[in-house]
Design a protein around this ligand. Structure first.
Ligand code: CUA
Length: 339
């Protein structure tokens, strides 16, 4: 083969069949993949070539009777039993070895709690910070503990060659060690409803020191922003956005636009004033009072949002009311009017 062809073939792992390889065991996964691929390609070539030769050579000809059916041949039987068995054992050996590596996280792995929900991800760090992008340190084993709020999702990072179902009612774990800094795609790869495709996000691999700095900063970002702005960000990253719009249109839940201080009709025929306590209750015990015309589908955020975060969301909803005077309610929050 000319050198250029070899160069192109050597490039294949990153370009043609596979995405970039960026974890400690992605090379092993690729080797198993290429082993199986090339065995299949060789078998295909062998079968196709023999078939072509036999079709031409043993074709029916005028005045020539077909030969009798071949008799049983022990040597042949043994050959075509033993060779495929060996091939399968080789594939099993390399596949199982890699599988065991992938299934056994090293004891010093860094734990990140992953929650999948319709439709997004929440990555929880040891210091309590929750993000919707997965930040991980470079060259350090990371273990993800996966759980689902609702239906089956599946976490997939092609560049790391990791993929695992996220199943409600149980914990699944996976681990990897990122070997390249940068951003890599992370997908949900189990169809989980209308906005399944919204579950695409990224893994950000950072130098350990940079990662620590990010985590320190990220852990208290909400406190550094004005509450209403923090609330808007929480709405974006903590899953509110999937169901509650800001433009007045209804999705799975009512919009947040201009609801503050208004009376809201409920599914049982009564009404409720949208104030601090109602918003707080709707976040912590969403099934207590259901807005008329909506399903009781919201999961509780009890234990998932800090008190200060709930306050920020309340301030955010308040900031979406048209103007305090127009609302004409007795609720005197005192600090609305930030914008
Ligand atoms: Cu979650 Cu698809």
């Amino acid at each position: 083969m000319p050198p250029s062809v070899i160069a192109v073939l050597a490039q294949l792992p990153d370009t043609f069949w596979m995405p970039p390889s960026a974890s400690s065991y992605s090379g092993d996964v690729d080797r198993v993949f290429y082993l199986i691929l090339w065995i299949c390609a060789l078998m295909f070539a062998l079968v196709a070539a023999l078939m072509t030769i036999f079709v031409v050579r043993y074709r029916r000809r005028e005045g020539k009777a077909p030969p009798p059916a071949p008799s049983f041949g022990t040597a042949l039987e043994i050959t075509w039993t033993v060779i495929p068995t060996l091939v399968v054992i080789v594939i099993f050996y390399f596949g199982f070895r890699t599988f065991l590596d992938m299934a056994t996280p090293p004891p010093n792995a860094y734990d990140i709690q992953v929650t999948a929900f319709k439709w997004g991800w929440a990555f929880g760090y040891p210091n309590g910070h929750v993000d919707n992008r997965l930040h991980v340190p470079l060259d350090r084993p990371v273990r993800l503990v996966l759980r689902s709020e609702d239906v089956i999702h599946s976490l997939y990072v092609p560049a790391f060659r990791v993929k695992k179902d996220v199943v409600p009612g149980r914990y699944n774990t996976i681990w990897f060690q990122a070997t390249k800094a940068g951003e890599f795609d992370l997908f949900c790869t189990e169809y989980c409803g209308t906005k399944h495709s919204d579950m695409a996000t990224v893994v950000v691999v950072q130098e350990p020191r940079e990662f620590e700095r990010w985590l320190d900063d990220a852990g208290n970002w909400a406190e550094k922003l004005p509450p209403a702005e923090a609330g808007r960000k929480l709405w974006e990253i903590r899953g509110c956005k999937q169901c509650h719009t800001l433009d007045g249109s209804s999705r799975i839940g009512p919009s947040f636009l201009a609801i503050w201080g208004k009376e809201r009709p409920l599914s049982d025929g009564s009404t409720v004033l949208v104030d601090e306590n109602y918003v707080r209750e709707s976040i912590l015990d969403p099934s207590t009072r259901i807005a008329a015309g909506y399903e009781n589908v919201m999961p509780t955020y009890r234990g998932r949002l800090k008190d200060s975060e709930i306050t920020a969301l309340i301030e955010f909803i308040k900031s979406l009311a048209p103007a305090p005077a127009e609302a004409g309610t007795p609720t005197g929050g005192g600090e609305d009017g930030q914008r």
